[in-house]
Ligand binder design. Structure first.
Ligand code: HEC
Ligand code: HEC
Ligand code: HEC
Ligand code: HEC
Length: 507
């Protein structure tokens, strides 16, 4: 102290400098403290709902009024401008990219139309537009059952509450057309009272029960993936639960692997359709995103879907969850780089490398499967009987199931590259073994040449090969979009005009 006194005695201006510096520091600290208090107050304010929302209210904008940042970022899923090497939010015609798929799905809706998924904002529109939903004129018309609506909309919890779950799964897709209006949204994943994450779909709860687990005991971090596992999973329609119902069921009793689910389906002798070329009883993999992710390193290290697809974002000092669920490659700095120190370009290259290597063998398997289907047809044509074909058709069923298990989840090659690669390899092995059996059978019928590979250079040629009348399908669809869909939208508008009264007792 005495030395400071001595110095300031010699230089009195220094004492003044120290004094003013202290004043400035204290002032700045005060500003910081007041800003912290203000942000805290703001945070509390932001997270306290302005209006009470009814859990069954399907309108995203009503929930969104309380949470403008989450709501606005959710609307980001309307953006269709991002295209990565293999995925993204743009509308890509997968059958045009890969016409062999048309033949793989001969006799099934996917051979008509299969587009790469877009953002959640389009869930209802894309379902109307798809040729897979056909052109129903009456509520009783097919081709699709009501159950198809389950993963598309927050109108679903509302309807399940009104009708009961089994009744929801009974009837046609067209019957629910006027009812399902809002795309995937807040009521699908949140509890209105607390805004905690919530499981709203019974199929996931029931699948957990069957595995002897209670989903209510899931951890906070697990919930950040389980909300997605309500829809991004493999499923089938169980027709044996109740008369007339297509009961949505996840085939998880024996486990998540391709083999475990295949065994499940074989045991109940389930098939989605009979292949029109080979007559094989087929299983269509839907999109086992959650199951495959669970076998990967990120899941094993406790990284959730939301960590990569809904990273935190900061706006005006407010940290919130980005609700624009999308390819993380459009947002590497907020997703991957929270954990990885590598450059964005390196991380992107890591993803592409895994995808490219998997796709190399996936495409090979597609070609082998097409060959197996046409060779099986040749065997039938040459008079093969059911008994001779039994093991062959089973081989085709298993090999294509494995191809689809790997291909149908668009994130699989990154989520779990080793497992996805393994499943495709087993598919190739089974398909080739099946073709050896086919070659022997064909030889025994006196045929010893290559069966001609169809011209699959375009989607149109592939569709012609399997005998689809695309002109008619497209025309019927246009009529449906022009005449039926506007009626559905109007009915929904009229119903929603009553919601303020129904849900909030307001005139
Ligand atoms: C209620 C069902 C449902 C839930 C819950 C759900 N999804 Fe989806 N998701 C869909 C459907 C349906 C599509 C395809 C929409 C389309 O193509 O019109 C989709 C598409 C996507 C896409 C592709 C978007 C793009 O831009 O290419 C991503 C990524 C995605 N979902 C991630 C998630 C994540 C992560 C979660 C959990 C936080 C989640 N989803 C929860 C049904 C759901
Ligand atoms: C597909 C599931 C899903 C949908 C749909 C969804 N959310 Fe979320 N939401 C999440 C997840 C996951 C989190 C992160 C939860 C956590 O870690 O606490 C979250 C967090 C939140 C939070 C907590 C604050 C924050 O930002 O982390 C709010 C508020 C919220 N969401 C509002 C909404 C609103 C409003 C909508 C509709 C416009 C909506 N959510 C739709 C999954 C969803
Ligand atoms: C929440 C943290 C977290 C996030 C977010 C995250 N990772 Fe990882 N990542 C990990 C951990 C942990 C491992 C395992 C590494 C280990 O344990 O040594 C890993 C492993 C990897 C690996 C090597 C595993 C393999 O597949 O061979 C790659 C590549 C990778 N991450 C890329 C990415 C990319 C790309 C993103 C963004 C899309 C991402 N990560 C997001 C934590 C994360
Ligand atoms: C470690 C980060 C990470 C985790 C965890 C993760 N994903 Fe992904 N996901 C990715 C990457 C990277 C891609 C590839 C994106 C691309 O090719 O553009 C992807 C792709 C996808 C796609 C296709 C996106 C598109 O653009 O069409 C969907 C759907 C998806 N993931 C859903 C999920 C679900 C559901 C979970 C949890 C069960 C999950 N992901 C967990 C990083 C992750």
């Amino acid at each position: 102290m005495s030395s400071i006194l001595k110095i300031t005695e010699k230089r009195p201006w220094l004492a003044w400098l120290i004094f003013f510096a202290t004043v400035v520091v204290v002032f700045l600290l005060g500003l910081l403290a007041s800003s912290i208090v203000e942000r805290r107050a703001e945070a509390a304010y932001v997270n306290v709902p302005k209006t009470k929302v009814n859990q069954l209210d399907p309108r995203n904008e009503v929930w969104g009024a309380n949470y403008p940042r989450e709501f606005q970022s959710y609307y980001g899923t309307a953006d269709t401008t991002f295209r990565s090497k293999h995925n993204g939010s743009a509308m890509v015609d997968m059958l045009e990219e890969s016409p062999a798929m048309v033949v793989l799905w001969a006799g099934y809706g996917f051979s008509r139309d299969y587009k790469q998924g877009r953002g959640h904002y389009y869930a209802v529109t894309d379902m109307h537009n798809s040729l897979r939903t056909g052109a129903p004129k009456l509520p009783t018309d097919g081709p699709q059952p009501s159950t198809c609506m389950t993963c598309k909309s927050p109108d679903v919890p509302r309807l399940m509450n009104e009708k009961g779950v089994t009744a929801f799964y009974t009837g046609t897709w067209a019957e629910l057309g006027p009812e399902v209006a809002n795309p995937i949204g807040c009521a699908d994943c949140h509890d209105a009272e607390t805004m905690n994450l919530a499981i709203t779909r019974p199929a996931l709860v029931e699948a957990f029960e069957k595995m002897g687990k209670d989903i209510k005991k899931a951890s906070y971090q697990e919930m950040r993936s389980l909300v997605c596992a309500q829809c991004h999973v493999e499923y089938y329609f169980d027709k044996k639960v109740a008369e007339g119902a297509n009961y949505l069921t996840f085939p998880w009793n024996n486990g998540f692997s391709a083999e475990a689910m295949e065994e499940y389906y074989d045991n109940i002798e389930f098939s989605d359709w009979t292949h029109t070329v080979s007559k094989a009883p087929m299983i269509k993999a839907q999109h086992p995103d959650y199951e495959v992710y669970m076998t990967g390193i990120h899941a094993q290290r406790g990284v959730s879907c939301a960590d990569c697809h809904m990273p935190y974002k900061s706006e005006g000092g407010q940290k919130f969850t980005d609700h624009k669920m999308q390819s993380p490659l459009n947002n590497i700095s907020s997703s991957c780089q929270v954990c990885h120190r590598e450059e964005a370009a390196t991380l992107m290259a890591n993803v592409y490398e895994r995808q490219d290597k998997i796709i190399e063998n996936r495409v090979k398997l597609e070609e082998i499967l097409v060959r197996a289907h046409v060779e099986a047809k040749k065997a039938w044509d040459l008079g093969a009987n059911e008994n001779e074909m039994k093991e062959i058709l089973k081989g085709i069923r298993h090999a294509q199931w494995r191809w689809d298990y790997a291909a149908a989840g668009h994130g699989n090659s990154f989520h779990s590259p080793v497992e996805t690669g393994r499943v495709i390899s087993t598919g190739i092995a089974i398909a080739q073994e099946t073709r050896i059996k086919l070659a022997r059978l064909l030889a025994s019928k006196g045929f010893n040449q290559e069966v001609t590979y169809p011209d699959l250079s375009t989607k149109a040629k592939a569709q012609e090969f399997i005998g689809l009348d695309m002109k008619k399908l497209n025309k019927d669809k246009q009529d449906f979009l022009k005449n039926i869909v506007p009626q559905w939208i109007n009915t929904a508008k009229d119903r929603e005009a009553t919601y303020d009264k129904v849900f909030y007792n307001k005139e």
